[in-house]
Ligand binder design. Structure first.
Ligand SMILES: Cc1cc2nc3c(=O)[nH]c(=O)nc-3n(C[C@H](O)[C@H](O)[C@H](O)COP(=O)(O)OP(=O)(O)OC[C@H]3O[C@@H](n4cnc5c(N)ncnc54)[C@H](O)[C@@H]3O)c2cc1C
Length: 545
């Protein structure tokens, strides 16, 4: 971790932004727009090689769309109310207000930068009145904007990548912070691991920065089943934790209810909630609509458009009672228009040998989105001076205990720009007092356990995601604590990821144990009689020093 006498002199930049998804690219663009030219953007995957021309991440994989109030029949207050309701009382109302109020302006900005949303007037793509608006679960109005049908993430990513290239943002691919550099309690840079090569022979570079912004996305790879790309290994969260930052809400993991499980050699793939928004229904293997039928034990008055956690648990229950055989997503009622509205999913179905216009798609739940993360305020400040976080790695409080569908691309746009504004002000000399959440508990965990990745993923899937109880969580905690500690000095990116996954799994289990009641996505089967912690008391953890 330390540089020896032969090590090259560290590079100095104004701002170091880690991650090239919607959050990192928006931050970099926001910094350039505010006159901060000295920005280095890094991504651990090769730059330009990811879908949408990014350097990897979930952004380009997003299908359903991006939620924002643009219609005359809609109102920011309604978007706020829907987000708070989905979040099960655990959102930060101020963060939600910021998200919903500033979202439309960020989308207009993006449309001016070249994102063509479906329905847009070719002569004026920024005329929001023309944009097509879809409905998704727990939204009271159709407000989900989309591009290329179900290719919203890829189109959005392409627009921000093009804008970053045009603005001359400097990007270094194949570079991952092995650790943050902390001096006197302040984050002053990062020790970059380059190209996944061994640690010796100059494969590390120390970068010192006036501000470090983490935008490294999620950690779905903690679980055996996930919708997330392979690079979603929680590296940024682990780096912030190791540096001493406060993390929050890590018991809150959202599952996506409808991940196609075609079986055989075909990989699972996501079937967007927007498909249910257009009218697709869920059935068990006998054809019964278990959510819509009032006689069903799994009935919910909102049927297939109930919040994600409700639908995911119902699908999980059906899969369990069918001895592991998938539930069925029946979109046949939509007919041929499925192909035009959801061309990417149509292609994935075809590649898996499924014709979803004529037959239902077998589906199971999978880990999708981590509501918790590095605790930040609405300016992106973490609890450590010099360190900001935005996008999925951050816990701003906008998602509470259950993210409202299509709010996360919006979060990246809104809070990426806000982080940029705050970093720019800080670099210009403004005092940036760190975020100071109260009620933080300490936990001993530095490097995390060294378990084989598949073993760790199976453990987290079995005990710490869809349904939880104290006994299962204790088994997971004991297994993780009983394993030897992961290396402090990862030799390559794979070892860095394994260390991060171990830290994330440990924090997940510790957080889930600290919330004895069910709340949103965190469902405790042993909650009856437990003294609740309460939605107003987030689980806040910091590494014991
Ligand atoms: C299949 C799928 C569908 C989705 N659909 C939707 C949707 O319709 N609407 C919606 O709002 N949200 C959707 N989401 C969620 C949304 O895509 C993500 O929450 C959002 O894109 C996260 O953006 P981000 O910029 O924070 O992170 P990401 O886009 O994940 O980017 C993270 C970046 O960090 C880099 N990185 C990671 N670790 C390191 C490291 N150690 N060093 C350097 N770089 C690193 C990655 O390579 C990547 O460039 C979906 C997610 C998935 C997986």
């Amino acid at each position: 971790m330390t540089t020896g006498p032969e090590a090259p002199a560290p590079e100095r930049v104004g701002a170091l932004v880690v991650g090239t998804g919607v959050a990192g690219l928006t931050t970099a663009l926001g910094l350039r727009a505010r006159g901060v030219d000295d920005v280095l953007l890094v991504t651990k995957t090769p730059w330009g090689a990811g879908a949408g021309g990014t350097g990897g991440g979930s952004t380009a994989w997003a299908q359903g769309g991006v939620a924002a109030v643009t219609g005359a029949d809609d109102d920011v207050a309604l978007h706020v109310a829907d987000t708070l309701a989905a979040g099960a009382g655990a959102c930060d109302p101020e963060a939600v207000r910021v998200l919903c109020t500033e979202g439309p302006a960020r989308l207009l900005e993006l449309a001016r930068r070249g994102l063509v949303l479906d329905g847009a007037d070719p002569a004026d793509p920024a005329d929001a009145r023309r944009w097509s608006r879809g409905l998704e679960a727990a939204h009271s109005r159709p407000r989900v904007l989309h591009a290329g049908g179900d290719a919203t993430g890829a189109r959005l990513a392409a627009a921000v990548v093009a804008a970053a290239r045009a603005a001359g943002v400097r990007v270094l691919g194949g570079a991952a912070p092995a650790d943050l550099v902390v001096e006197g309690g302040r984050v002053i840079g990062a020790e970059l691991l380059l190209g996944g090569a061994p640690a010796t022979g100059g494969a590390r570079r120390r970068v010192l920065a006036g501000a470090v912004v983490l935008a490294t996305g999620g950690a779905g790879q903690v679980f055996a089943r996930t919708t997330n790309p392979p690079e979603a290994t929680g590296d940024g969260l682990a780096a912030a934790w190791r540096a001493g930052a406060v993390v929050a809400d890590l018991e809150q993991v959202q599952l996506h209810p409808t991940v196609a499980a075609p079986g055989g050699a075909h990989a699972p793939f996501l079937v967007s909630e927007a498909v249910r928004g257009e009218g697709a229904v869920l059935r068990d293997e006998h054809g019964a609509r278990f959510l819509a039928d009032p006689a069903s034990a799994l009935h919910d008055p909102r049927a297939e458009l109930a919040p994600r956690d409700v639908v995911a648990r119902a699908v999980g229950a059906v899969v369990a009672r069918q001895d592991g055989r998938p539930a069925l997503l029946d979109a046949t009622g939509l007919g041929e228009r499925l192909r035009a509205r959801f061309p990417s999913i149509d292609a994935m179905c075809a590649a898996a040998g499924l014709d979803w216009v004529r037959e239902p798609v077998p589906v199971t739940p999978a880990a999708h989105y981590w509501m918790g993360g590095v605790a930040t305020d609405v300016r992106g400040r973490t609890s450590l001076p010099g360190l900001w976080a935005c996008g999925e790695v951050a816990r701003t409080g906008v998602h509470g205990a259950n993210r409202l569908a299509s709010n996360s691309l919006l979060e990246g746009l809104v809070f990426g720009d806000r982080a940029a504004a705050d970093v720019a002000a800080s670099l210009a000399g403004a005092v940036a007092a760190p975020h100071a959440p109260v009620g933080v508990e300490e936990l001993v965990c530095t490097a995390g356990p060294a378990l084989p990745r598949a073993e760790l993923q199976a453990l987290a899937w079995e005990h710490a995601v869809l349904l939880r109880d104290a006994a299962g969580l204790e088994v997971a905690a004991k297994t993780l604590d009983g394993a030897p500690a992961a290396t402090e000095e990862p030799a390559d990116v794979a070892a860095l990821e394994d260390r991060a996954l171990g830290v994330c799994a440990r924090l997940l289990v510790a957080s889930a144990l600290r919330r004895p009641e069910s709340l949103g996505a965190h469902f405790r089967t042993d909650a009856a009689g437990a003294l609740p912690r309460g939605a107003d008391r987030p689980v806040l953890l910091r590494r014991a020093s």
